[in-house]
Design a protein. Structure first.
Ligand code: NAD
Length: 456
C-alpha cells in the first residue's frame, strides 16, 4: 500500500502540475478554507487527546498555521521565481539565476505535542515548493491524527498529498522507502533512526528535535516579569513544548526572590487548584505521566507536585537544586517540572550548560546588555530570546530549527519554502560574443591569466 502511494505520487509529480505556482496556491487556499471550517473540530480533537485548552489550540495550532498560510500565499510568487544573481566577468555576457526546484515526493513525520501544527506547518512548505507529500501524524494523539487525515483527504488528491496513519511500525515502513526529502519532528533518538534511513538513499533531511533548554536569570533581571514570562512558556501545553525552559540557572542572590515570583505567577495563571483550571493541559498519556512522576522521586519539591494518575494530571512543579545525575537532569523533561539551580559566576553557567548537548533554545533574563550578549554568543543553540521565552517561534521571518543534537535545518516562512527546494544554478550565456581565453591552445591565455589577479 505504501509502495502504491509513492508510485502514484511519483507519477503525478512527473506530470509537472505541481511546478505551476497557481496550482500550489489553489491547493494552499483549499487547505486554508478547510482549516477555517474545521477549527472547532480541531479544538475538540486536541481537547480529547490531552485536554489542551481551546485558547492554546487556537493560538499555537490553527491560527499559527493560518498565519503561516497567509505569509506563504503573499510571498510565494516571489520565492518561486528564478532568483537573479550577479554574473562573474569571465562568463560575460551572461545572466545567472538560481531556480527553485521541488525535490519531488517528500515524507513528513510529526510528533504528538503540537500534533496539528507540526503536521501541517511543514506540509505548507512542501506544497508551496511544489512537492507531493505523505504526512504521518503521531499515533500518540489519535483524535488529532484522525482530523489531520480528514482535512487532508478532503482537500487533496492522494496523488498530491495524503496521510498515512500509524505507529512506529508504519513509520519504519515509510522510512524504508526512497524519498526525495524527509522532514522529521520528534526526539533526538528517533531523529538518528530517520537520519540513518535517509542516508541509505542520500535523501536530504530536516530534523526538528529537542534538547535541554536553559533559562538564565541574573541579578539584574526584572524578576516579577521574568517569572511571569517563564511560567507562561513553561506551563503552556503542560510543559510539553520543545522550546520550553527545561531548567533555570539563577544567580544565588536573586534565587529566593525568583522562586516566590514563580509561585505567585503560577497561582495567578492557574488558581489555587490547578486541576480545576480549564487553562492547563494534561500529560499526553500514562507512559509519559509515569516517566515524569518518577523524576520527582527523592527530589525537594518547592511548589506544586500534586498529581492525579486517573487524569494524567501533574501540577506545575518547582524542584530545588536537583543533582546533575538525577532523573530530572538526565535528559529533556518535556513536562510541567521546573528545576531551579543557582550559580555564582559565569564559569558556573558555562560548566553547567557544558554538561549537555546543544539545545533547541536558550533564554536569558537580564538588564545587563553585556551579560545578555555573552550568553547569546558564548553558547550554541537553535534559537532563543532575551527577557522572554518561546516567542522566537512566532516570527515567520526567523528560521526555526536546532543545531547539533537539537536538529538539522530550519523552517517557517521562506525557510520552509527553501527547505523543500533544491537550488539549481543556471547560467544563461549569450551567443553574440565568445571570449577566446578558455580555449586551447593556451599560450596567449597563459600570459593574460598571469596578469589578471582575479579570474572569476
Ligand atoms: P518521537 O520521536 O517519539 O516520535 C515522533 C514521530 O516518530 C512519531 O510520528 C512516531 O510515530 C515516530 N517514531 C517513533 N519511534 C520511531 C521509530 N523507532 N522509528 C521510526 N519512527 C518512529 O517524538 P514525540 O514523543 O512524538 O515528540 C517529542 C519529542 O519531539 C521531544 O523530544 C521534543 O523536543 C521533540 N519536538 C521537537 C520539535 C521541534 O520543532 N524541534 C517540536 C516538537 C517536538
Amino acid at each position: 500500500m505504501i509502495k502504491d502511494i509513492i508510485q502514484q505520487q511519483r507519477s503525478f509529480f512527473k506530470t509537472q502540475q505541481t511546478k505551476d505556482v497557481s496550482f500550489r496556491k489553489k491547493a494552499l487556499k483549499r487547505l486554508r478554507q478547510e482549516i477555517v471550517t474545521r477549527e472547532e473540530d480541531i479544538c475538540d480533537a486536541l481537547f480529547a487527546d490531552f485536554k489542551k485548552p481551546r485558547f492554546e489550540t487556537l493560538a499555537a495550532e490553527t491560527q499559527f498555521v493560518l498565519a503561516e498560510l497567509k505569509h506563504v500565499l503573499k510571498n510565494i510568487d516571489e520565492w518561486a521565481r528564478p532568483e537573479r544573481v550577479d554574473s562573474s566577468w569571465m562568463n560575460w555576457p551572461s545572466s545567472d539565476f538560481i531556480y527553485k526546484e521541488p525535490y519531488g515526493s517528500v515524507l513528513i513525520i510529526a510528533p504528538w505535542n503540537y500534533p496539528f501544527q507540526l503536521a501541517i506547518a511543514p506540509l505548507i512548505g512542501a506544497i508551496a515548493a511544489g512537492n507531493t507529500a505523505v504526512v504521518k501524524p503521531s499515533e500518540v494523539t489519535p483524535h488529532t491524527a484522525a482530523i489531520v487525515s480528514e482535512i487532508i483527504n478532503a482537500v487533496f488528491d492522494p496523488c498530491h498529498v495524503t496521510v498515512v496513519e500509524g505507529g512506529v511500525e508504519v513509520s519504519q515502513q515509510l522510512l524504508a522507502e526512497k524519498w526525495d526529502a524527509i522532514f522529521f519532528t520528534g526526539s533526538s533518538t528517533v531523529g538518528q533512526i530517520v537520519y540513518e534511513s535517509a542516508a541509505k538513499h542520500l535523501t536530504p533531511v530536516t530534523l526538528e528535535l529537542g534538547g535541554k533548554n536553559p533559562c538564565i536569570v541574573d541579578e539584574t533581571a526584572s524578576i516579577a516579569l521574568a517569572a511571569k514570562r517563564i511560567v507562561w512558556g513553561k506551563f503552556l501545553n503542560a510543559g510539553q513544548t520543545c522550546i520550553a525552559t527545561d531548567y533555570i540557572l539563577v544567580h544565588e542572590n536573586v534565587k529566593d526572590k525568583l522562586i516566590k515570583a514563580l509561585e505567585q505567577s503560577i497561582t495567578k495563571c492557574y488558581g489555587e487548584n490547578v486541576e480545576a483550571s480549564p487553562d492547563f493541559a494534561r500529560i499526553v498519556n500514562q507512559k509519559h505521566f509515569t516517566r515524569l512522576k518518577e523524576m520527582l522521586d527523592g527530589e525537594e519539591i518547592l511548589f506544586g507536585g500534586k498529581h492525579n494518575v486517573a487524569d494524567n494530571f501533574l501540577a506545575p512543579t518547582l524542584v530545588n537544586e536537583p543533582k546533575l545525575d538525577s532523573k530530572i537532569m538526565a535528559g529533556e523533561i518535556f513536562g510541567p517540572i521546573l528545576p531551579i539551580i543557582s550559580y555564582k559566576t559565569f564559569e558556573d553557567i558555562e560548566q553547567y550548560i557544558g554538561n549537555y548537548e546543544k539545545p533547541l533554545a536558550t533564554y536569558v533574563f537580564s538588564t545587563n546588555k553585556k551579560f545578555q550578549k555573552r550568553i547569546i554568543t558564548t553558547f550554541s543553540f537553535g534559537g532563543g530570546a532575551i527577557n522572554d521565552t518561546v516567542i522566537q517561534i512566532t516570527n515567520k521571518r526567523l528560521p526555526f530549527g536546532g543545531v547539533g543534537q537539537s536538529g538539522i535545518g530550519a523552517y517557517h516562512g521562506k525557510e520552509s519554502f527553501d527547505v523543500f527546494s533544491h537550488q539549481k544554478a543556471i547560467i544563461k550565456k549569450a551567443n553574440w560574443f565568445d571570449a577566446p581565453l578558455r580555449y586551447p591552445p593556451y599560450n596567449l591565455s597563459m600570459k593574460i591569466v598571469k596578469k589578471i589577479k582575479h579570474l572569476f
